[in-house]
Ligand binder design. Structure first.
Ligand code: MCA
Ligand code: AMP
Length: 512
């Protein structure tokens, strides 16, 4: 293959026969149908629009829009035109967007029309020349402009290590880092999953995840497109709609919260799942209890996989009979083909099966580094080139990986990452707050949620409700701690370090 552009590989799987090109590639829950031909034409038009802007090589296209098929087409068009896609969570607010745009310096920003006022102000201030709007009802200036562009476009030539996307992943110091993923990273992983998960042309994927993170944007979309498989597209997860569509589908991907919510849906039954081939879970720990309940209720065993923004997918439970078909609840399966995975001691020594240590990985899927953070990138790799995931786990004698915790201070809430350090720095800046700690505790719906603990400055009185409201006006809603307590002091060890484990223990039953 001469052109390593990921889009070229995806398009190669589109039907070639003109009658098949008119078959449905994406069907939405609002009754819209997009044929393969539509995908081809509309990505060409959007790619031509981007090209007409005379952007520099490597230009970033930052996108904060509600989920829609058109938003996916914009992603594909960005690949097609050879630019770098920067998706941003729709929950991000002013300060967060200001940081991402300032850091990524995108040449193009696409936002929802209701946010145009404030987003364009930030973008123009940061030097962005083009700001378009795109809404989830197929309106906005992006599509209006693209409508005038040709539907013929030659896919831009790209090398395997040319950048395709930057995915912001929250930083341990409170600042997000942009994980740079190349066309080669994305394609190698998509090809491995195509084979490992046994994708077939007649598979039908229910796409119900957001498309601004790795799970919904890469794993799900690449999986379907690379195999010429149809997608049933939901702009927003809705357990009832998913259950309704199950009888027509074969593959579903979700974070554990989606499985928990589906289990509460009366329409979920073994009969509804009769055509289903694969239920895939990832992004956060799946409770063994959920895994078992799913088996009992549907007759299907969830396939668990583990990955990161920096690496895309790393491990998976076996999928087919030839792989042993042995999916073990509580584990995230085996290292995917071509991916080296090891568990090391803190001193950097390999640990035998059964012992818990730091998970490190190497492979063609591992990212190119953090955007404009050379030192940070270097810190996250070992001398022999393994990426330090920050996850702690153990391998069993058969190679199954169990994640037992994280060395990074991270809360995963409903599949979204929340870094306590970021929340604490906002809390600490609030009037009257002397110090704060944010810890993750178990939650029946989101798996884990944040709880904030505050200590007031001498003489100050803190109103937890008011503080949470203030936080809500500054940060994405999923980052807001679900409860807030004011204490006289934080528990500390002899070294003066805050004992978050003591706080976690104290609040562990808060939501049970
Ligand atoms: C919504 N809320 C949350 C979350 N989502 N709180 C904590 N954690 C969350 N994840 C809160 C909002 O703040 C709001 O609170 C209230 O719930 C309703 O918000 P809404 O947006 O309507 O919620 P929802 O539609 O019910 O969303 C729940 C969800 C969503 C469907 C589970 O969070 C979701 O789509 N999660 C999937 C995330 C994902 O795709 N992760 C993959 C990352 P209030 O009313 O108080 O404001 S990729 C990754 O991790 C790696 C690479 C991997 O391995 O895949
Ligand atoms: P992100 O930075 O958003 O890509 O999130 C990556 C993190 O999500 C990983 O480092 C893990 O801590 C976590 N994660 C992903 N998949 C799983 C899984 N199947 N089970 C447990 N944790 C997971």
């Amino acid at each position: 293959m001469n052109n390593h552009n990921l889009f070229a590989a995806l398009r190669a799987a589109f039907p070639t026969d003109s009658a098949d090109l008119d078959t449905v590639a994406v069907e939405t829950d609002s009754g819209l149908h997009y044929s393969w031909h539509d995908l081809e034409r509309s990505t060409a038009m959007l790619a031509n629009l981007l090209r007409s802007l005379h952007l520099p090589e490597g230009a970033r296209i930052a996108v904060q829009v509600e989920k829609s098929v058109e938003a996916m087409l914009l992603y594909l068009a960005t690949l097609r035109a050879g630019y770098v896609f920067v998706p941003l969570n729709t929950a991000y607010q002013h300060a967060e967007i200001e940081y991402f745009i300032g850091n990524a310096e995108p040449a193009v920003v696409v936002c929802a029309s209701r946010n145009f006022g404030w987003v364009s102000k930030i973008a123009f201030k940061a030097g962005t020349q083009n700001v378009f709007t795109l809404d989830d009802d197929r309106s906005g200036s992006l599509l209006a402009r693209a409508a005038h562009c040709s539907d013929q476009h030659e896919v831009a030539q790209r090398q395997a290590d040319d950048l395709a996307a930057i995915i912001y992943t929250s930083g341990t110091t409170g600042r997000s880092k942009g994980a740079m993923l190349s066309h080669g990273n994305l394609l190698s992983n998509a090809l491995v999953l195509k084979d490992y998960w046994g994708w077939q042309k007649d598979d039908v994927l229910i796409h119900a995840l957001p498309i601004f993170h790795v799970h919904g944007l890469f794993v799900a979309i690449h999986g379907a497109l690379l195999n010429g498989s149809k997608m049933i597209w939901l702009n927003k997860f809705d357990a009832h709609k998913v259950a309704e569509n199950l009888p027509r589908a074969t593959v579903f991907m979700g974070v554990p919260t989606l499985y928990v919510r589906l289990l509460a849906e009366p329409g979920l039954s073994a009969d509804a799942c009769r055509r289903m081939r694969l239920f895939i879970s990832g992004s956060a720990p799946l409770l063994v209890d959920t895994f078992r309940q799913w088996q009992t209720r549907t007759g299907h065993t969830i396939l668990e996989r583990y990955g990161m923004s920096e690496t895309i997918m790393l491990t998976s439970s076996p999928c087919r009979a030839s792989q042993g078909f042995d999916r073990r609840g509580g584990t995230v399966g085996l290292a995917l083909p071509g991916i080296k995975l090891r568990v090391q001691s803190d001193g950097g020594q390999p640990l035998p099966a059964g012992e818990t240590g730091n998970i490190e990985v190497k492979g063609p899927n591992v990212f190119q580094g953090y955007w404009r953070m050379l030192e940070k990138t270097a810190e996250e790799f070992t001398l022999d080139g393994y990426f330090k995931t920050g996850d702690v786990g153990k391998l069993d004698a058969d190679g199954y990986l169990t994640i037992v915790g994280r060395s990074k201070d991270l809360i995963i809430s409903g599949g979204y990452n929340v870094y306590p350090a970021e929340i604490e720095s906002w809390l600490n800046d609030m009037p009257g707050v002397a110090e704060s700690a944010v810890v993750g505790v178990a939650h029946p719906d989101f798996g884990e949620v944040g709880v904030a603990v505050l200590v007031a400055k001498p003489g100050a009185t803190l109103d937890a409700t008011h503080i949470m409201a203030q936080l809500k006006s500054s940060l994405a809603n999923f980052k807001i701690p679900k409860q807030c307590f004011v204490l006289d002091e934080l528990p500390r060890n002899a070294m003066g370090k805050v004992q978050k484990n003591v706080l976690r223990e104290r609040y562990k039953a808060l939501f049970s």
